[in-house]
Design a binder for this molecule. Structure first.
Ligand code: DON
Length: 578
């Protein structure tokens, strides 16, 4: 593990709960040090910075930084706050990944991906008619994996946090109890979510007895506040044992799910060695399996390093063609080889090697599209709700977090009495052994549901460094598109020498081997470029936005942190301190 023995600053003494209330509700003391961007606005500061999907969550993290917490502390506070203010993806009922780079350049990664319950088996998504059921796989109590977020934050804090745990959870308790103002976007998305929900606890959590909230209304979540309070007082035991665990397991029994209190007690977050690669002298630090993100991105970068991407130009047909061919090959390898490394031998070293990249390049024709072969495996679509946030503290410690409930609002199931949504991450396992279809299912062996296994992910929280100095903290939601969104951020920075926000704003493309087509963000490419790609043999489809890359860039001239919420969500917000 690339981790020095002790990186922990001594804990600031444990505040009694009464004092905590005072500490957390004293923004006036810290106000002069806080800088807060309007939603969507880029901000600069020489101090600490948090950029996330919601300004209140960024503020919760920035206040922790201003009060002396480090980047891990701020990431934990922001993560808990997002569980309140960004219910479609922020969570305590889901899981994710955290990549950390320390000021001395060492790095580590925390894996708090959900796991299959002990009763899981590869055929568990087959219905009573003997057929694979997408409904069971993605939209049922069986779609719920054992959540990892709370254990992940607890472990991150024990290993690397500097501040008192209660102080980190407290802002989320306040946000849940006192409420926060609903934006037009969030009010609209909650209304649509509640309207189609069959679950009474879900309807109660996100509407007034079934009547949707309007923009500007205050959303208060008392049951969620209770769950967060139990976490504040008892750390991960406040979630995996006791009242919350009991309520969760009870809901599983009621709805035909598999997670038991034993599964909850058995959950452990894991510390793992990050994937490290280099691209034209830049250092790339990213998430290892059970995410496919770091391996696939480094494989693509190794392939592309063999071409002069800079002179081919940004988003020209010739540079895009090479990127698409790299994507096609890395996503094929992803489908064939990648899964939970605790269960399957993943050839990480081989896939990210220069020799493998050279072999891949040898199969690329610079003027013609290759053909993906569905004879091997076919790949399905993924939904688009996850959330990424980035943190850098005043000392230069950097934290990149992507976490998720899988689909928007996950399984849609709120645990009655506990007020939080459960994930539907079991949908990231392959659906059924051997079931590989043109329409998008993979049936390969490595990523089948087995007791305790973690499902394969595409989340790619990443940190870049250059000449030994922190350069950027990046990542994105977007299911399988995530890896390509992060890849394009790297190419924009390194090859096309863009600063932020240009690198984040630039239009994105995606190819995932199968289905064999390139999707292109609306207005990303000119008509002539689209035509040139088609003439090379690519099938091109135009789609809506790709990704939400809430990033921090270190200005090499001034050393300032440039907080860049991805303007594809105008509600996202940066907050920092001077
Ligand atoms: O872990 C994964 O790769 C997916 N469950 C992430 C889902 C996702 O990004 C959806 N959203 N934007």
């Amino acid at each position: 593990m690339d981790r020095p023995a002790s990186r922990r600053r001594p804990l600031l003494g444990r505040l009694p709960v009464v004092l905590l209330a005072l500490a957390a509700s004293a923004p006036a003391l810290q106000a002069q040090t806080l800088v807060r961007g309007a939603p969507g606005e880029t901000i600069r500061t020489a101090g600490g910075m948090v950029v996330s999907e919601h300004p209140e969550a960024s503020r919760a993290g920035a206040e922790v930084l201003a009060a002396g917490g480090n980047a891990v502390d701020a990431a934990i506070a922001t993560g808990f706050a997002l569980a309140v203010t960004h219910p479609s993806a922020g969570n305590i009922g889901g899981g994710g990944f955290m990549v950390i780079r320390f000021p001395d350049g060492a790095s580590t990664a925390l894996d708090f991906r959900e796991r299959a319950p002990g009763a899981a088996y590869p055929e568990m998504f087959v219905g009573s008619d003997g057929e694979y059921s997408s409904e069971i796989h993605h939209r049922s109590h069986r779609a719920v994996g054992v959540p990892g977020t709370v254990a992940g934050f607890d472990k991150a804090h024990k290993l690397y946090g500097a501040m008192n745990w209660e102080r980190l959870v407290y802002p989320s308790v306040v946000l849940a109890e006192d409420g926060f103002e609903l934006s037009e976007r969030l009010a609209g998305s909650l209304a649509r979510f509640v309207e189609r929900s069959p679950y009474e606890a879900t309807i109660q959590a996100y509407s007034r007895d079934g009547v949707p909230y309007a923009p500007g209304d205050t959303l208060r979540q008392y049951d969620l506040a209770g769950s967060l309070r139990r976490i504040m007082l008892n750390r991960s035991d406040g979630f995996y044992r006791g009242e919350t665990a009991r309520l969760l397991a009870e809901e599983m029994r009621r709805g035909g799910g598999m997670i038991t209190e034993t599964d909850l007690m058995a959950y452990r977050a894991r510390e793992r060695a990050p994937i490290r690669g280099s691209y034209r002298g830049w250092e790339v630090i990213s998430m290892p399996p059970p995410s496919s993100g770091g391996v696939a991105m480094v494989e693509m970068l190794e392939i592309l390093e063999g071409y002069d991407m800079e002179s081919l130009g940004h988003n020209t047909s010739r540079s895009l063609h090479l990127m698409i061919e790299a994507m096609r090959r890395a996503y094929r390898d992803r489908a064939v080889y990648l899964a939970d490394p605790d269960y399957v031998d993943v050839p990480i070293h081989e896939l990210t090697s220069e020799a493998h990249a050279a072999a891949q390049r040898a199969t690329i024709d610079r003027t013609r599209a290759s053909v993906s072969s569905p004879a091997d495996v076919a790949v399905g679509t993924e939904s688009f709700e996850t959330t990424h946030y980035s943190v850098v503290d005043a000392d230069g410690m950097a934290v990149s977090v992507t976490y998720t409930l899988e689909a928007g609002f996950g399984s849609g199931i709120v645990v009655p009495g506990a007020g939080f949504l459960l994930n539907n991450e079991m949908g990231d396992f392959n659906g059924r052994p051997g079931l590989t279809t043109e329409t998008g299912l993979i049936g390969t062996d490595p990523n089948l549901a087995r007791p305790g296994q973690r499902m394969l992910s595409s989340m790619t929280p990443t940190i870049l460094a250059r000449n030994g100095e922190l350069a950027a903290v990046i990542g994105s939601p977007g299911g399988r598109t995530i890896i390509n969104t992060v890849l394009q951020l790297v190419i924009n920075l390194v090859d096309h020498r863009m600063g932020f926000p240009e690198a984040v704003e630039a239009g994105r493309i995606h190819h995932q081997w199968l289905p064999d087509r390139v999707s292109v963000e609306e207005d990303a490419l000119s008509g002539a470029t689209l035509e040139a790609l088609e003439n090379m043999g690519h099938t091109v489809v135009v789609r809506g936005r790709q990704g939400l890359a809430h990033s921090i860039w270190l200005d090499p001239l001034t050393g300032e942190r440039v907080g860049t919420p991805d303007a594809r969500n105008p509600d996202a917000g940066a907050a920092g301190h001077r």
